[in-house]
Design a protein around this ligand. Structure first.
Ligand code: BG6
Length: 462
């Protein structure tokens, strides 16, 4: 069995605009849903048109101004790929304008040029946990069909603008999360009914299909994928009731991949919709749009969970309510660590879809200590990532086609769920405290050198 990864394997890291850029109101940018959730996607929703607040995300790690330094550090680690997202509100500040904001477009031109200068391939998410807040207040978010048109205009604009620079695209980050947090996912109130949420999701799936079609038309040599929160569940016990409950639990997220990879709704949803009084409005044109299937499947993987018929065992995780696995240890944030889970997930997805797979998020959020001599000894992170990469190599040897690996947060950033700075994921430490103080100076952690050697050895030294 090979102990190195394929020569064309893309190695790198993943960030998202709203978690790194800051500059939340510079150069014409509009307010996004992320700007209105200063304490993270589970925190309060604040109407910033009327209420003045300070949010740690307003400056974040100031990537908007410091990206040349950060991209150079990624290049020093040997990155061949960087996943980032475009903030929709930099391009269309309110979302419903006819013409884009040139200053916003110019920023991403500069960013992509900087990556290409260092031979780093951009992998760009069109929508990562943010949308124009105006579309929420004036149109009702994705619940309104008109948002499909606005998103399509935005997607077309960025495909046309960056067609020579960006050849790898993703539509919606963790598209299945809307079932758990509808405001961030589809711009709906948190107390929305299941029927309202699934209708909004339907609109988003249609928009995803349209983006795929446009991408193929405008950039024929590009590849565009979806993005799933890979929340694989194992049966808590061999009790048939638990096995069946687990099967249904996995449908909860596989459904999105089924639609995006096959081009139509899977029949198992018919019963679910009927039993939950959900009657979707689906036009003939919607069905046509859904037929535009993705080229590859991408997903995030942090942990696995368990499925059981006993709902009282659920515990609050980051995005999902999960049933913990008694055989696994957890991170400081209670996320259970399961490297074999990523091999299992890769095999499962490949057997189900027979499409190339891209791991676009994986990593360990932990508290790091900056020593007096400027070092950070994050062996726990090295161990976590090493063990996951070993299992990814196993999956490749199992015959799974894996395009690449972008670890989550190669530089410390603002966490999504609670806007914490102390939950650090990076190979690069950023001097920033939760109260917003700090020099923002960057320091290389021990894991920086470890990842550098993993990439240069193509994984042979794992
Ligand atoms: C994924 C998101 O859910 O998990 C990222 O796509 C997020 O945006 C990451 O940052 C880790 O979650 P958290 O809450 O620790 O930042």
């Amino acid at each position: 069995m090979a102990n190195t990864f394929p020569n064309d394997f893309l190695w790198g890291g993943a960030i998202a605009a709203n978690q790194v850029e800051g500059a939340y109101n510079e150069d014409g940018k509009g307010l996004s849903t992320s700007d209105c959730t200063p304490n993270g996607l589970f925190g309060d929703i604040v109407d910033r048109n009327n209420v003045e607040i300070n949010s740690i995300k307003d400056r974040a790690i100031d990537f908007y101004h410091r990206y040349p330094e950060d991209v150079a550090l990624f290049a020093e680690m040997g990155f061949t790929c960087l996943r980032t997202s475009i903030a929709w509100t930099r391009i269309f500040p309110n979302g419903d304008e006819e013409q884009p904001n040139e200053k916003g477009l110019a920023f991403y031109d500069k960013l992509f040029d900087e990556m290409l200068k260092h031979n780093i391939t951009p992998l760009v998410t069109l929508s990562h946990y943010e949308m124009p807040y105006y579309l929420v207040t004036q149109y009702g978010g994705w619940g309104n069909r008109k948002v499909i048109e606005f998103f399509t205009r935005y997607a077309k604009t960025v495909f046309e603008r960056y067609k020579d620079k960006v050849k790898y695209w993703l539509t919606f980050n963790e598209i299945n999360m809307s079932l758990h947090e509808p405001f961030t996912g589809v711009g709906l109130a948190r107390n929305s009914s299941k029927a309202e949420i699934y209708q909004a999701i339907h609109h988003q799936l249609v928009a995803s299909g349209r983006a795929v079609k446009l991408c193929h038309q405008i950039i024929p040599d590009a590849k565009i994928g979806n993005m799933l929160l890979g929340a694989i569940a194992y049966p808590l016990s061999p009790k048939p009731e638990d096995v069946w409950a687990t099967h249904l639990e996995n449908h909860g997220w596989l459904f999105f991949g089924d639609v995006q990879a096959r081009g139509y709704y899977p029949t198992y949803m018919n019963r679910y919709f009927k039993e939950n009084n959900i009657e979707l409005t689906i036009s003939d044109q919607d069905r046509e749009d859904l037929k535009e299937t993705i080229d590859f499947i991408s997903f995030s993987y942090y942990m696995s969970c368990c499925g059981t018929a006993d709902d009282s065992l659920r515990q609050k995780g980051n995005i999902l309510d999960m049933v913990p696995n008694p055989h696994l240890k957890a991170s400081e944030w209670g996320w259970q660590i399961d490297p074999i889970g990523i091999r299992y997930l890769l095999n499962l997805l490949y057997e189900r879809f027979q499409k190339p797979l891209f791991i676009v998020e994986n990593g360990l959020g932990a508290k790091d200590k900056l020593e007096a001599d400027g070092t950070i000894n994050d062996d726990y992170r090295i161990n976590y990532m090493n063990d996951h990469l070993v299992q990814i190599r196993e999956a490749i040897n199992d015959g799974v086609e894996v395009m690449g690996y972008t670890s989550w947060g190669p530089i410390d950033l603002i966490s999504a769920s609670k806007a914490e700075v102390t939950k650090r994921y990076g190979f690069i430490y950023v001097d920033l405290n939760q109260d917003g103080s700090g020099t923002l100076q960057r320091y290389k952690k021990k894991s920086f050198y470890w990842y550098q050697s993993v990439i240069s050895s193509k994984g042979a030294n794992l």
